[in-house]
Design a protein around this ligand. Structure first.
Ligand code: DQA
Length: 179
C-alpha cells in the first residue's frame, strides 16, 4: 500500500483517541463546584410535628430534598447535617473549613445562647448565612438576640422552610461575587 495512504489511515485511527484526550483535558479544567454545608441545630429533626403553628408541617427531609434540588439548579453541591448537641455543631462548623465554601446555619435555640458556636464561626472564618424558619424578632424577647448574627454574612428569618432556599441563593450570590 502507498506509504502516504498508510500514514493517513493510521492518523484516522488515532483521531478518536486524540479527541477523547482533548475532552478529558477540557473536563479537568472545569472549575470546582461550590460546596455548601447546611447545618440544622437542636429540635429541627422534629420539624413537621413540632409546634406546627410556628414552624409549619414541612419535615426536615422535605427541606433537605428541596435544598439539594435547588442546589443542582444553582450548580452547588449541597450536604446537610442535623445535630442536637452544641459541641457537635461546633465540630460541624470546624469541619467545614477547607471543605465547604459556605455554611447555611439554623442553630435553633443555640442561636440565642452559644458563644462557642459564635467563636467557631469567627475562628474558622467560614462564611455563614444564618437562617430561621420563624421571624425571631416577632417572638419572645429572648429570641431577639442572636450570638451568630454579628459573625454571619447575613440573616434570613421568617419565611418557613423557604428561608433555607433563600439562604442558598444568598450563598450562591455571595460566593459568585467573590470569584
Ligand atoms: C428557630 C428559632 C429559634 O428561636 C428556635 O429555638 C428554634 C428554631 C427557627 O428556625 O425559627 O429551634 O431557629
Amino acid at each position: 500500500m502507498n506509504p502516504i495512504k498508510i500514514l493517513l489511515m493510521a492518523a484516522l485511527l488515532c483521531l478518536p483517541l486524540v479527541s477523547v484526550r482533548a475532552q478529558s483535558a477540557a473536563q479537568n479544567t472545569q472549575p470546582a463546584r461550590l460546596k455548601i454545608l447546611v447545618v440544622h441545630g437542636p429540635n429541627l429533626n422534629l420539624l413537621g410535628t413540632r409546634e406546627t403553628n410556628i414552624y409549619g408541617k414541612t419535615s426536615l427531609d422535605d427541606i433537605n430534598l428541596r435544598l439539594k434540588e435547588e442546589g443542582k439548579k444553582l450548580s452547588l453541591d449541597v450536604v446537610t447535617v442535623q445535630k442536637n448537641g452544641e459541641g457537635d455543631l461546633v465540630d460541624a462548623i470546624q469541619s467545614a473549613k477547607g471543605t465547604f465554601h459556605a455554611v447555611i446555619l439554623n442553630a435553633g435555640a443555640y442561636t440565642h445562647t452559644s458563644i462557642a458556636l459564635r467563636d467557631a464561626i469567627a475562628g474558622t472564618g467560614v462564611p455563614v448565612i444564618e437562617v430561621h424558619l420563624s421571624n425571631i424578632y416577632a417572638r419572645e424577647e429572648f429570641r431577639k438576640e442572636s450570638m451568630i448574627a454579628p459573625v454571619a454574612i447575613g440573616q434570613i428569618s421568617g419565611f418557613g422552610g423557604e428561608s433555607y432556599i433563600l439562604g442558598l441563593h444568598a450563598a450562591a450570590s455571595f460566593l459568585n461575587s467573590k470569584k
